[in-house]
Write a protein that binds this ligand. Sequence first.
Ligand code: BGC
Length: 780
Amino acid sequence: MKQQEVPNPWELVESEFHPQNYSLNATLFSLGNGFIGLRGTFEEGFDPEPFADGCYLNGVYASELITYGERAYGYARHNQRMLSVPDGKQIRLSIDGERFSLAEGELLSFERRLDMAAGILERNLVWRSPAGKTLELHSRRLVSLVEKHLCVLHYRVTPLDFDGEVRLISALDSGLVQMKKSDDPRLASPIDRRDIRTLESTAEGGHLALRQKVLSSDFTIASGVLHRIDCDGACEQSSQQGKERAAVEYRCMARRGQSIQFTKYLAYFAEQNRGLPDPAQLRDYLENCATRSFDDYAELQRRELDSFWSASDVEVRGNKALQQGMRFNLFHLFQSLGRDSRTNIAAKGLSGDGYEGHYFWDTEIYILPFFLYTQPQLARGLLEYRHSILDAARARARELAIKKGALFPWRTIGGEECSAYYPAGTAQFHINADIAYAVRHYCRVTGDTDFLRDKGTEIVLEGARLWLEIGHYNPRRDNRFCICEVTGPDEYTALVDNNFYTNLMARAHLDYACEVHDWLRAQEPQAFVELARRIQLEPEERAAWRRAADAINLPEDKALGIHPQDDSFLNKPKWDFANTPADHYPLLLHYHPLVIYRHQVCKQADVLLGMFLQSSEFTAEQKRRNFDFYEPRTTHDSTLSACIHSIVASEVGYPEKALNYFRQVARMDMDNHHNNTQHGVHTACMGGTWLCMVQGFAGMRTQDKQLSFNPYVPEGLEGYRFRIQFRGRTLELDAGTDRTSYTLISGDPVTIHHGEEILRLSEPGQPLVCKRESAEVYAQ
Ligand code: BGC
């Protein structure tokens, strides 16, 4: 959605209805609470765009056999596909026999507003029917952030110039219209509906329910609706019970100027191999929810969001569009995040079914830092999810002839590898190191040793064993430890030897494995003995990790002064960018993978990402040389790329580039830069927005237990402010063009670095101000 002006950066407003933006806006206006996700479609639907709808439950999927033309041993067998569950938003409206639809009649006014401080989507319109009757429609919707299973919709219809019959059919409908299979690997394939059995359909009074079983995955889904209607005139009610659809119809006699109000309480429950509330319990649940009004839930929602924003907001001064983009992205991250340690955050959140609802490394590298530094307990849940899928990761490792340890799936929901295209899937072994990196990051920032003892160490050690299994000491490389046949983050270069990122991250992983091994043995000997027994840890493994870490091969080209992305990258010809038409991007939709693979061309940051994550191992000069080399070879066809370029640009002294990348990142979905937001938001890029600000412009780094900043404000912005949590403390940084202030908001005194300065923050609420030019420190 192109926004010219942004009067209020807490809101996203659609002030004119453009049918061609319907699907895109269904993503942008989607609501979620980490469990339920509702696309931002109209209650009445919009016939020209039948595919735009979707209601999702995080972690709830159908399992389907992957059909290969040619199979080979160990290919992923099943895909797990996020389901669209029965649509309970549906309200069909007609007046005096004429169906309300924005595809017909005349729209006299229209506005849709997503209020990100309130967590409410609201729509106001005035419509004249083809027969010339005018009505006003006001609808509000929320997916409760406090009541995991609940959504509440409020609907008000007012005849403006007629007395007549208003007919409302409110449904719970599982007959979703699906798109056909496409060649775009980023889109979801259609679901075989035969896999979903409706066990029960109920329509009694204002109560509707559907109970369904997903045969392939053993999920049971219970959806229910309860209505409260408020109408002054006569109102008849009748139920419609179909196999896939339950509905209630209200026929109300309405008078000009008098409103009919309607509240719809919608609940979803889902369990795999476990009990669910029975129909009577579901009804009781809804009855209980319906003792509160929409406004009551709105109040609770607001309180929850107040606390979210007070911990997480990033104030961006001097550019309202970027401020809005930042808030929009953080809001969507909060809406998308699984909070129960059994679910995670999908590449498209709960806003669309692109990438089929799969979880990727996006979580650990791009998204987790935002939660870690703002609501660490939520970050812990993400890592606990990884622990919960360890058994599946062990089984996957065995399929790949890895005798010990675990191989985490490249993409999954329930834990099994779902990537059918292994060169850009399973071959991305770096996922193990990414997860270990996140465990280390989490433990450094929180000091949570309980997690490290109970789950973290196991994740790290089991993951680290992989490297010894797939790497080897290469006599032709001076016995350096080499890892062959892997794909790094850059998916335009596949199945290579010694991918720089993979080797660098593997080294850090092996290092950390030694560290946590020693820590557990010394600090929690009982837990160590139990873990060692459980995973059959051999005494010599630790030494083997140390040796491999010390001997790891990191490709380096002394003449160019850069780190080649892998052993073969520099031997390839550079992609002919000059003769690539603009409409041939993303390359993946226009060229066979082999054409792409044999060129020097990157989809996304790879070496630069490694240098950012292991920042202290490289000088600014090394980073700059690599930036200069890779940037012109990078298409940024992945939305995971621009944010890393922004951060590294900040660090190497390219503020203009840093800001330009940030502009794209912050408004990636709002401005639909990649032209596919209609299939869902890009959660990794949303996390990247926070990273650009906090780790890019403010230069925040965490080295061991030490926090450092190196803030600047790029020309074009006036400043920024954010809070972070660090080891039980809350700190605030406020950067202006000529000064930065640091405030300890709560918690014990702490020492931080500001550039070369060392600052002691000891008085809560007392800002320490550093002037930019002189870096002089004085108390205000
Ligand atoms: C990127 C991957 C990413 C995936 C899901 C792909 O386009 O290349 O790095 O994990 O999207 O966001």
